[in-house]
Design a binder for this molecule. Sequence first.
Ligand code: SF4
Ligand code: SF4
Length: 158
Amino acid sequence: MANPLTLQRVYAWFFIGFHGVKGWVTRALSGGRTGMDVFRENYLGEGLPPVPPQARQMYHRFVRCTGCGACDTVCPITATADPLEWRGPMAVVISMSRAAPHYAECLPALRLFDQCGSCRACEQVCPEAIPVKTVARFMRDAVDEIELDRSRAERAAG
Ligand code: SF4
Ligand code: SF4
């Protein structure tokens, strides 16, 4: 049976249509700037790049670390790395779960993730099934975006 045409339904259509047109006009008047562009302008300088769509789909898995430390106990890098640069995969994953993730502070550790090869021992023991290497890759991309923005700002400032 077709849904009856009620006042609420007409109002809902009007509301959606009005805001759809408003958004389109606002974007056209702002030279095609998107919400993502505005987010970058407001937060990238503070070290907070936007979360890309692929990462957003997995984000709930990125931030489930309970700090159990199981990943640190199996990581072969921990035995050889400088403890000032590498405190184990847990430190990186926990840094990711902050409201303002510690991207730049993790850069030395993120560089060491290049040595992981096909290990993935940390992921195999993680009781929360956290994709540790994907977290590190996402954080590395975020640091790259922050640094690119800083060097652009420095060039613009002369
Ligand atoms: S994948 Fe990398 S971080 Fe994880 S246990 Fe292996 S070497 Fe350590
Ligand atoms: S094993 Fe998983 S839950 Fe435990 S500290 Fe490592 S990343 Fe966090």
